[in-house]
Design a protein. Structure first.
Length: 194
């Protein structure tokens, strides 16, 4: 952090539009004030998206670095909060994609029940369940990107339509439509697994 506590307090009172403009001109103290102001919301949103405090902190850090580098692309300085959340949404989804490719098997192993019933399950059942998971992964991968993002945010992260809309910079009605289309496609694709 730069500046004295009194100077930081003064910046905390400045409107977003002015801070964003100053930050775009290279004022790091103004950018830090924006990060302090919107950091808690960004952290909470990232935590809901990623499901992990550590991952959320990483995503927020990546978001702030990207935002600092791309401040010149901010068209409406007064809308900096939404702009930051859009970047955060994209970074979170990228993070989930990376994590999905590396952690799925660990998650399955960690979530297994160690009860005698589970240990003696029929191997055929285990194979069918594994095939079902692979079929769902393939079905999700086949969805258009915008539908998959909405579905992941709703089903994996339990976000509301409004939260998804804010994260993806679309209207709640668009979220509903994309989710409906994704659910129809997934239901058809997964019909044989019912």
């Amino acid at each position: 952090m730069t500046g004295s506590p009194a100077a930081q307090h003064q910046l905390d009172l400045v409107p977003d539009a002015l801070l964003a403009g100053r930050a775009a001109d290279g004022d790091t103290a103004a950018f830090e004030a924006l990060a302090r102001r919107h950091g808690p919301l960004m952290r909470a949103t990232a935590r809901r998206l990623t499901g992990s405090r550590a991952d959320a902190d990483d995503v927020v850090q990546e978001t702030l670095v990207q935002a600092w580098k791309q401040l010149d692309t901010l068209r409406e300085p007064g809308a900096v909060r939404g702009w930051l959340l859009r970047i955060l949404g994209s970074r979170s989804i990228d993070h989930l994609r990376k994590r999905r490719h590396h952690v799925d098997l660990d998650d399955v192993e960690n979530q297994r029940d160690d009860s005698p019933r589970t240990r003696t399950q029929d191997p055929e059942n285990n194979a069918v369940n594994g095939s079902r998971v692979e079929a769902l992964k393939a079905a999700l991968a086949a969805l258009p990107e915008e539908q998959r993002r909405c579905w992941v945010l709703k089903e994996f992260n339990d976000q509301s339509y409004e939260e998804i809309a804010l994260t993806l910079n679309i209207s709640p009605a668009s979220v509903r439509g994309r989710l409906a289309r994704a659910r129809i496609t997934l239901a058809r694709t997964m019909e044989e697994w019912r």
